[in-house]
Write a protein that binds this ligand. Structure first.
Ligand SMILES: *Cc1c(COP(=O)(O)O)cnc(C)c1O
Length: 375
């Protein structure tokens, strides 16, 4: 029996199809101009995205990982410094701390929001703690008030991983403007380029100046190097494409919100665990995660009905070989109690289709099929 209907999880060609003509003319224009790295398109995108966020400054970088890593590298923290991270996140959040040479200290998520549990942060703070990286995972803003209070009390740097939260707000304020905001523009993100790209929002003028030099070999003046720095430059073509997409970001978000709301009305809450909702959170639904104890069976059942889903993510960072190896090399200890809930989430979570390529009928079909799953 062939499936009644086919619903992709995502389709990058379909996602970018509405922008095809604009991308093509931008590409021709830049090809004729012949200027490819850090130019007027990058500056224009930086200004436009800073305006969109209501941020003081925005700097384009090569990736989201760089946007997390570079602020840690430029801070001159002592070598034995610790950085607090959520145990439920994508691996990049953790790698940024390790690549900067510091120790990640894991904090469990809240089992309802899947985000770092603010009530569990303080017990992990000690005299070596320098920063907290929070992740607005799945496009849901973290509970900022208690986190900001802790950063103030212990004088910690706040880095927000906004790779999944472009345009999300907490009490009306954009994510990425509470601390240092690290953004990815990887093609599948809510604001995605046609290649790798990232960037960082910064309020502090001197930090902005330092990172602006750091991304270009630590150089402010050509061939004069003040810092060792990195090569983390955004190219003109990606910035040009991102400007085109940024103009559509509010409508992308509106579409995803409409689909997410439809899941909430159509899905049977006795069949699956629906994502938590709260009125003060302006979510952007990068991912629509449900949970089910028989997640793998449900995923296969949906696939048999033509519906593709994803798992974000199948393996907890603390269970990755890379993390085990570096922790044992450094003589650090992974504490099993720091990722019990993260493991529980990872083993039950399932991401449903929620892209601009999907129609309301697609979502109704997905929801009805899930409701028909005999658990
Ligand atoms: C995608 C992502 C990153 C990394 O972004 P890249 O541009 O791929 O380096 C970091 N954190 C989270 C939560 C992400 O989803």
């Amino acid at each position: 029996m062939s499936p009644i209907r086919s619903v992709d999880y995502e389709n990058l060609a379909g996602l970018n199809a509405p922008f095809k003509a604009a991308f093509e003319s931008e590409f021709s224009r830049l090809l004729e101009k012949g200027w490819f790295i850090l130019g007027e398109q990058v500056t224009a995108f930086e200004n436009e995205f800073a305006n969109f966020l209501g941020a003081e400054h925005f700097l384009g970088l090569a990736s989201g990982l760089d946007a997390l890593e570079i602020p840690l590298k430029v801070m001159d923290y002592p070598d034995d410094s610790e950085v607090i991270v959520p145990s439920n996140t994508y691996i990049a959040t953790i790698n940024a701390v390790l690549n900067a040479g510091f120790k990640p200290v894991f904090v469990e998520p809240d089992i309802h929001t899947y985000l770092i549990d603010p009530a569990k942060i303080e017990e992990k703070i000690n005299e070596k703690t320098r920063a907290i990286i929070i992740v607005h995972l799945y496009g849901k803003p973290c509970e900022m008030d208690p986190i900001l209070a802790l950063c103030k009390k212990y004088r910690l740097t706040l880095i927000e991983d906004c790779a999944q939260s472009h345009g999300a707000t907490y009490n009306g304020k954009q994510t990425g403007t509470f601390g240092i905001g690290a953004f990815s523009f990887y093609p599948t993100k809510n604001l995605g380029a046609l290649g790798d790209a990232g960037g960082i929002s910064i309020a502090d003028q001197s930090l902005f100046e330092k990172i602006k030099a750091w991304r270009n070999y630590g150089s402010r003046v050509k061939y004069q190097n003040e810092y060792v720095g990195d090569n983390s430059r955004l190219d003109e073509i990606q910035a040009g494409f991102l400007r085109i997409k940024l103009a559509a970001l509010n409508s992308i978000t509106a579409h995803k919100r409409k689909l997410a709301q439809l899941y909430h009305t159509e899905l049977d809450p006795n069949k699956v665990i629906l994502p938590h909702q709260a009125g003060h959170l302006g979510e952007v639904h990068h991912i629509f995660p449900i949970r089910h104890p028989k997640r793998n069976e449900l995923k296969q059942y949906l696939l048999d009905k033509g519906i593709r889903t994803e798992i974000h993510y199948p393996i907890v960072p603390c269970d990755q070989k890379s993390i085990h190896d570096i922790f044992s090399k450094k003589g650090w200890k992974l504490q099993a109690e720091d990722f019990v809930l993260a493991r529980e989430i990872h083993s039950t979570i399932l991401s449903l289709p929620v892209s601009t390529i999907h129609s309301e009928d697609d979502i109704r079909y997905v929801a009805a099929t899930i409701n028909s799953f005999a658990s």
